[in-house]
Design a binder for this molecule. Structure first.
Ligand code: GTP
Ligand code: MG
Length: 193
């Protein structure tokens, strides 16, 4: 199959460990949120067709900071993943402070994509995150990741279950070009809305 979609020309701009240090800019931005290991950083690499733009890892908890990536129409902010038990207590406390602060005070933020592993989607902390985003009025789309790991039947059943509960969702695999194209389209729409 031939694909001729345009990858996002993403550039890594800056990391920030705290809300107060986050990049100031006047474009729109969207947050990539999700559990550790859900595939946020891999998605950033896939949509930009780069191998090492965002650090990915087999060890969860790799993304420890807010990472800012600039696209043509705005920014993507790769958030630290939650739910990884080896993250230190003080770091967890820090995030519990900085995340709500970010959602409440960040005027550029127009919405979020919540990445969740299709094999075990929308776990308790995902739900907490989803509800937190909703409470700040931030529209959130769910992205089911690693869809190459399940059968077509399982994928369809999961899409139905998730979309019944949370509205339309995307399915995504770094190994499937059509899903990369759809995610790029969604991001462009969110950022230019
Ligand atoms: N098979 C498959 N593996 C994937 C896919 N996306 C990510 N992975 C793997 O899942 C692991 C975690 O991916 P990351 O992108 O680092 O996850 P993350 O959400 O950024 O994790 P944190 O930075 O800890 O929050 C890596 O080993 C990836 O190679 C996918 O679509 N298919
Ligand atoms: Mg990451």
């Amino acid at each position: 199959m031939k694909f001729n979609f345009k990858y996002l020309e993403l550039k890594f701009v800056e990391s920030a460990a705290e809300f107060d240090q986050c990049l100031q800019h006047d474009m729109q931005e969207i947050a990539f949120v999700g559990a550790s290991n859900a595939g946020k950083s891999s998605a950033i690499n896939a949509i930009s067709n780069q191998k090492k733009l965002a650090k990915t890892s087999k060890t969860p908890g790799k993304t420890k900071l807010f990472n800012f990536f600039k696209a043509k129409f705005g920014y993507i902010v790769d958030f630290p993943g939650y739910g990884y038990s080896k993250v230190s207590k003080s770091q967890k406390k820090d995030w519990a402070k900085h995340l709500p602060q970010y959602f409440a005070l960040r005027n550029n933020l127009v919405g979020a994509l919540l990445f969740t592993d299709v094999r075990n989607p929308m776990r308790e902390l995902d739900l907490t995150m989803y509800e937190m985003l909703a409470s700040y009025g931030l529209p959130t789309s769910i992205v089911l990741t690693k869809t190459d790991k399940v059968s077509k039947e399982e994928l369809e059943a999961t899409i139905k279950k998730i979309s019944d509960n949370y509205g339309a969702c995307l399915s995504f695999s770094i190994k499937e070009n059509s899903s990369i194209e759809i995610l790029i389209k969604e991001i462009n729409e969110l950022l230019s809305s």
